[in-house]
Each structure stands twice: as C-alpha cells, then as structure tokens.
Design a protein around this ligand. Structure first.
Ligand code: PEP
Length: 252
C-alpha cells in the first residue's frame, strides 16, 4: 500500500495562497508517498490548472449525497471531480458538529463520492468527554460501521482517525492510544470488508500533526499516513511531514 499525506485547508486560502501548493509540488516532484491536498471548492480548478500534471492530488472537503438538484449552496461529488478533485473528505468532526452530520448521512455521501469516482476520506473521532468516559472504542466502532457504505474498497476509501480534542489544539494522544484505535479500526475493517481489502485500506491519523511529531506518529503500527490541518497550509510545514512519511517507508 502507498502511504498518504493528506492536507485539509478547511475554510482557508484564496487564489494568492496557491503559491504554497506550487512550492509544495516543486519540493516533491516525485514523492515516495501519495500527496493529497483538500482545498476549498473554489480553489480546486485553478489549483489543478496551476499544478498541471504534478503528482499532488486535490480533494474537496464535503459533498452532497445527491448527484444534482435543488440544494442551494451544496456541491455534488461529480462537480468536485469535474473541477479536478480525485478525493473528498467526509464526516470531518467540524462538519458533524457545525452541520449536524450523522454517520448515516456520511455513508450516503460516501456512496455519492464513489459513484463519481472519488476517494472518500471518511473521518471518525471521539470527543474529550467520550474519551474520559471510556467510550472511545464504542464511539469509533459505531461511527465506522455506520459511516462506511458497502461500496468501500481499499482503492476508493481512506479512514482518518481524528480525535476531536486533538484537532487544532496541539494536544496529541499517546502512541499507545493511537495504536489502540488504529488496530481496533483495522479489525473492524477486516470484519466489514474481509482481510485483503482491509489490509490495503489506508488508515490516517489526524489531529495536531506537525513536523516535530510526524516521524513518531508514522512509526506507530497501522498508521498509514496523516490528515493534516493547520500544518498543511504552507509548503514549509507540510513538506517536512511528507518527508517524514517517506522516511517511514524507506528508513535511512
Ligand atoms: C484536521 O482538520 O483534519 C486536522 C487534523 O487539523 P489540525 O492538523 O490543525 O489539528
């Protein structure tokens, strides 16, 4: 399996910020891992044009479950693909919280993403209150089984474990906590998809990944890459994270 360094720009960036993507692609002309940057929808097409055939994949951050229709302000998976996206983040905790998205809704969106030929990057994560109540694995298990549709394969789906309390806070779970959740998710995927598909499906860790902690996180079993928010906004910060992931594949 090829490891994946994925960035999430959230609601940040304008056309001027695309210079960061250009710098990133110049720094990684032949990356040893997959590189994906999930942009605000307005930037996907200009970014694809700017990057031309450079090996930086682009993604959206949400899509509607319907293929088209009367849904003012929403975006369809096929529209993201048409703009140049090859992936879409679904079920990010900010969407679950700000827009009341349920796992069932996330599953419907993932089906739409798959139908449009997009990779669905499906996010799962517990809140601090849930972790402190000892509910982490129950929450992750419930989100996993309800959010992943039957259309999931190793090629068209990525799962990102993002503890809500670690996103944008600088707080990071311990290595053992990450390892526990990732091995639990891998077991869940084996039950849902069978051993072969589950072994090839990438599990990302997300939540305050920075250049300083990336190598340690990438050394944890069942961590196949990262979903990076704040540190993906500049080439100066995202590039060392990509290099740390490359180094985890081919240690010096
Ligand atoms: C995210 O938004 O998916 C994320 C992990 O953010 P950050 O890296 O800023 O914590």
């Amino acid at each position: 399996m090829r490891k994946l360094a994925a960035g999430n720009w959230k609601m940040n960036g304008t056309s001027a910020t695309l210079a960061e993507l250009e710098a990133l692609s110049r720094a990684h002309p032949d990356p040893g891992v997959d590189v994906l940057v999930c942009l605000p929808a307005t930037l996907i097409h200009p970014a694809r044009t700017l990057l031309d055939n450079a090996p930086v994949a682009l993604g959206g951050q949400d899509c509607h479950a319907a293929a088209s229709g009367a849904h003012t302000g929403d975006i369809a998976a096929a529209q993201l693909a048409d703009a140049g996206a090859s992936a879409v983040i679904l079920g990010h905790s900010e969407r679950r919280e700000d827009h009341g998205e349920t796992s069932d809704r996330v599953r419907q969106k993932a089906i739409a993403a798959h139908q449009a030929g997009l990779i669905a990057v499906i996010c799962l994560g517990e809140t601090l209150a849930q972790r402190e109540a000892g509910e982490t694995l129950a929450i992750i298990g419930a989100q996993l089984s309800a959010s992943l549709p039957d259309t999931c394969t190793a090629a068209n789906t990525v799962v990102a474990y993002e503890p809500v309390w670690a996103i944008g806070t600088g707080k990071i779970p311990t290595k053992a906590q990450i390892a526990d959740v990732h091995s639990f998710v891998r077991e869940g995927l084996i039950a849902e998809l069978g051993a072969q598909e589950a072994a090839g499906l990438r599990l990302l860790y997300g939540g305050s990944v920075k250049p300083a902690n990336a190598a340690e996180i990438f050394g944890i079993e069942n961590v196949d890459g990262a979903l990076v928010g704040g540190a993906s906004l500049t080439a100066a910060e995202f590039s060392p994270i990509i290099r740390a992931l490359e180094a985890s594949v081919h240690p010096a």
